[in-house]
Design a protein around this ligand. Structure first.
Ligand code: ZN
Length: 288
C-alpha cells in the first residue's frame, strides 16, 4: 500500500500546482453518483455513475481540464456507482482503481456487481482501501473513515466514506452509507466536521441522522439523485433534517452538475460546472 502510494505521488505530483484550488463536482449522472475532484490538471473520480453515463463522465473529466486521472475510487460495487468502470478503464488504462474489496456473497444481485468484481479481480492496478488509510494528494489529503469491518451482506454498509481535506476546508463523501455507518463513525469519535457533505445513499430515509448532521455541520449538502426516482429518493424526512441542520441544499435532479471550490483557507464557494450553463450564483442561492 505505502510503496505504490509513494510511487504514485512521486510520479504524479511533480507538476501539481500547490496553489491551485481544489474543486469538487457532483456530476448529474441521473440515477447514481459520480464525484470529480480536480486540482489543476490532476483529478480523482469517486464513483462512475451507471454504465450509460460513462460518456458524460469522460467528457466532464476532459472539460474540467484534467490531464492526469490519479485515482479511480469506487465507494462500493452497486451498478449506479461502479458499472462505468469498464469504460473508464478503457479510457484511463494506467489509473489505479481503489475499492474496499468487500467479500461478496455468491448470489449477490444484481449480476452487474459480480461482473464488475470479476473485472476488478483481474485488474493489476486494483488497490484496497480501508478505514485509517490516508492518501496524500498534492496539498490535499483523503482520509478513509469507513469501512472498518465487514459484517453484513448489504454492500451499502461497507461503502467507503472519504474525508477530503484541503487546508482548513473539507468535504465528506458518504457513498451509499446510511445511519448504521453514521452511528459507528460518531461512536469512534472521528472528526466529521466538513463544509461540504455529499449526502449518503441519495438522501434515502436511512441517511442524515440529526446527531450525525450536528457533528458534520455542513455549509453545503449535496444530493445526487435522478428525477422521479423509483425508490422515492430523496426522502422528505431526510430533506427536513438537512434543512434543520442549516446550510445550503443542492440536488443534481434540480440543479444539474454541481461545482464547489475548496480553497485552503477562504470559504467554500460555487463554481460553474463544465457543461452546466447555469451561473454559479444560481446554485449559491438558499433553498427555501
Ligand atoms: Zn447508490
Amino acid at each position: 500500500m505505502r510503496r505504490w502510494l509513494a510511487v504514485l505521488l512521486l510520479a504524479g505530483l511533480a507538476s501539481s500546482a500547490g496553489a491551485e484550488e481544489l474543486r469538487l463536482r457532483l456530476l448529474d449522472v441521473g440515477e447514481g453518483q459520480a464525484v470529480l475532484l480536480s486540482h489543476g490538471e490532476r483529478g480523482i473520480l469517486v464513483d462512475t455513475g451507471h454504465a450509460g453515463q460513462a460518456p458524460k463522465v469522460l467528457r466532464a473529466i476532459a472539460d474540467s481540464g484534467i490531464r492526469h486521472l490519479d485515482m479511480l475510487i469506487l465507494s462500493h460495487l452497486h451498478p449506479d456507482h461502479a458499472s462505468g468502470y469498464f469504460r473508464l478503464r478503457e479510457a484511463w488504462p494506467d489509473t489505479p482503481v481503489l475499492d474496499a474489496r468487500h467479500p461478496l456473497p455468491a448470489d449477490v444481485s444484481p449480476d452487474m456487481v459480480r461482473w464488475v468484481n470479476e473485472a476488478l479481480s483481474r485488474d493489476p492496478l486494483r488497490r484496497r482501501l480501508t478505514a485509517g488509510d490516508s492518501l496524500p494528494w498534492g496539498d490535499a489529503r483523503i482520509e478513509v473513515l469507513w469501512p472498518a469491518r465487514f459484517d453484513s451482506n448489504n454492500l451499502n454498509r461497507h461503502s467507503l466514506v472519504l474525508h477530503v481535506r484541503h487546508g482548513e476546508r473539507s468535504a465528506l463523501l458518504m457513498g451509499d452509507a446510511g445511519k448504521v455507518v453514521e452511528r459507528a463513525l460518531l461512536q469512534q469519535g472521528k472528526d466529521l466536521r466538513a463544509e461540504i457533505l455529499v449526502v449518503g445513499h441519495h438522501g434515502a430515509s436511512d441517511t442524515g441522522d440529526a446527531a450525525f448532521l450536528a457533528a458534520v455541520r455542513p455549509a453545503w449538502s449535496l444530493i445526487s439523485v435522478n428525477r422521479d426516482n423509483l425508490r422515492g429518493y430523496p426522502h422528505d424526512g431526510t430533506l427536513q433534517r438537512l434543512r434543520a441542520a442549516g446550510g445550503r441544499l443542492l440536488r443534481t435532479d434540480e440543479d444539474g452538475d454541481l461545482c464547489l471550490r475548496l480553497p485552503r483557507t477562504a470559504v467554500v464557494t460555487p463554481c460553474r460546472a463544465a457543461g452546466n450553463a447555469r451561473q454559479s450564483a444560481d446554485i449559491g442561492k438558499v433553498r427555501p
